[in-house]
Design a protein around this ligand. Sequence first.
Ligand SMILES: Cc1ncc(COP(=O)(O)O)c(C=O)c1O
Length: 452
Amino acid sequence: MRHPWGVESTPEPDRVPLVRRDTRLDSYVDRYAARTHGMTASAIRALFAVANRPEVVSLAGGMPNIADLPLDVVGSALQDLVLGRGLQAMQYGSGQGEQEIREAICEVMSLEGISAHPDDVTVTVGSQQALDLVTRIFCDPGDVVLCEAPSYVGALGVFRSFQCDVAHVAMDSEGLVPEALREAVLALRAAGRSVKFVYTIPSFHNPAGVTQSLERRRAILAVAEETDLLVIEDNPYGLLGFDADPIPAIRSLSDDRVVYLGTFSKTFAPGFRIGWVLAPHAVREKLVLAQESATLCPPTFSQFAITAYLRQHDWQGQIKVFAEMYRERRDAMLAGLTAEMPAGVTWTVPAGGFYVWVTLPPGLDAQAMLPRAVTARVAYVPGTAFYADGFGSRHLRLSYCFPTPERILEGTRRLGEVLAYESELMSTFGTPLGAPHAAELPGHLAPGTDQR
Ligand SMILES: Cc1ncc(COP(=O)(O)O)c(C=O)c1O
């Protein structure tokens, strides 16, 4: 049935009909807070609706592949939880998070050399909320946050929503470049800007796929000490390495200079929405207050469920199973890229995590090319999504975490065809002029020694 101003769903006998209003006029447009002005829907969102069709190989999304989770173990842990402690698990809990999961989190972090006390851990709704809380307690509008170039799109969104200015700092094949960090802090301070922290993803970077060596971590920390800079270390992928033991976290090298963010989203399952912040004691006080005002308390049921899973299952063995599955997919992607990419295309070689960062030859534009790639039934995320300043058009992020190795090979084959066609167009009609290309500018990831 059609309504004059909307669409009415088919009425069912016992249900109130659901009416959707289709108008796009926003009568509140003049009333939104200034902080909402930076909250814009991505220009590529519409394309992703198409990219999610089954015929398209999506190398775009970063969804963890949890098909190997032992659902029987999780199911019986949940049943025990409901029957044994259901009333407690379904009640409000502590604003800081439950003691038992904070103890378990300390055990998880010890795998990366961190020695922490449960009192200094605050549980959050994924590490995404951790980013929100940390920014909330540290940043005023106009403050500067230093981020790698490129950086995690979800963090850029948080910084924008708190009206911070993002300054990108150069990376190389070992991640954030300490000297560039030092120069950026000094130059911004000399210009009178208030620099609140540097945000870094040291292991299996999203989107760059590179990892900071231990020496690099020490050097970054030394710059932070010298310039009195706070480090926000975001580490969702650190335990998902393919070859070696995890590299010690930056937080393991300093108790009071680093705020560390962790999550169970990649090592267990994202649907529980449990992450955490490990912060120096005084910062922790502020985080708990911010958490209480945001949520009252993080979800008690999820915290109990994760603690039960960690107690009843070989979770470290499970992480190895995940890592092995991701390694197989990484190998497929690297093999596909080697076989299919035209000359001049380079990419990073990740030693863990989900992502490969691709650099196109000068003149090609990954954002402009995306509709043509989707028409050729392959999707990726254009590099511009990972910069706050419009750069990145010569880059794209590919994720190998979700599709099967066969689909990844098919995806790289299709991408190779699209790129070959684009390169041919370019050599026939010349370089399409657009924004300056990130890789040609200082402060942006350029091919390093272990890249192709
Ligand atoms: C670098 C980084 N930080 C934070 C997150 C957020 O993860 P979650 O909120 O699921 O813990 C992600 C998710 O992809 C990520 O890649």
